[in-house]
Design a protein around this ligand. Sequence first.
Ligand SMILES: [Zn+2]
Length: 388
Amino acid sequence: MFYPPFCPNPHCSNHRNVLRKNKYSWFAKDGFYSSCLLGKTQRFKCKQCKIRFSKQTFSLDYYAKKKIRYQNLLKELVSTSNLSDMSRRFGVSHNTISNKIRRLSRQALGVNSHLRQHVSLHEPFVADGFEGVAVNFYYPSNVNIMVGKHSLFFYTFNYTTIKRTGRLTEKQRADRDYYESIWKADTKGIKHSFNRLVEDLAQLDFVEHDIFPMVLFTDMKLEYERALRGNKFFRALSEGELFYHFTISSKEPRTLHNPLFPVNYMDRQFRKDIAEHVTKSICFAKNVNNQMERMHIYQFYHNYIKKNRVREKQYITHAALAGVPNGLRKSYLKLFFTERVFASHLNLDRAEVACWNRGYVTPLRLQEEHLPDYLAPLPALLYEDWCA
Ligand SMILES: [Zn+2]
């Protein structure tokens, strides 16, 4: 017998904390409904807010018309498969694959949000910008990443579109000017996004309570220096000897002993594992939000599934090195492919909220970003249908 764990209505008192003594009494059974995918399914009703829902409301395949094996989808996503490859292999449309990736990315956000609270390693951080492409080659994407120096735990990242620079032919320069007349990237994008990245990291509980003083390594990019100097919070921390920033030339050999090794390593992994980031790949992202969703799935895979050293016998993940208890990691992995994550239960940073709500701006995109029904917060009147 399935017992609903909480009320799916985020405004109901039974949503966050169902009292132990009320564990089986806060809801009532409320008939059945039938669907082609699941057959006969039990409905429930919350005694507090009166909304109706079912077992399916708590499933990752909530509102889905087709099922695929998410474990296989994850393997494809981290081994340079593109949308067409996956669509052929699973025998479903591109839209179905995109839908499943979207669901999986919310699960990744959820698990990361819960498990990173258990990071207990006191370690310096290493940050850098990873450059890719979104929409077309005149809109390079810059993903600022923050990685643990010893654990290689991928803490957080955010996105900004930057101006195309470098050597260009006359034709290319004319094309760039044409695209920029329609949509132009913020010239201070890297500075602002780096500022947000470090601020978000400092907001996380484990930094607040455990890892002061905070030590950060970056390369010598001027934007990083300017961002930190222009930020009152970090200036005050530096003066109080609670924050140290060290810069290393990016021309130093990219060896294991280079303090920037963690970000160099991540760069290599992205280029090796994700189809759109393979050098000279033709599979570049058409939508920034989709690119970020795939990156969050990769973050989850890197932190909680991938082995730290392939040649070592012992299976140790980056999360384990960062101090996340292994038993806890395993229990979340069990739920990852089945139980739906609710945004209202999570503590997300700004970049994660932007990804969840599809809030990133895609250059040249004229239509407003559409948030699918199974993710959009709906008005109370629609809850009954929404939760069916
Ligand atoms: Zn309720």
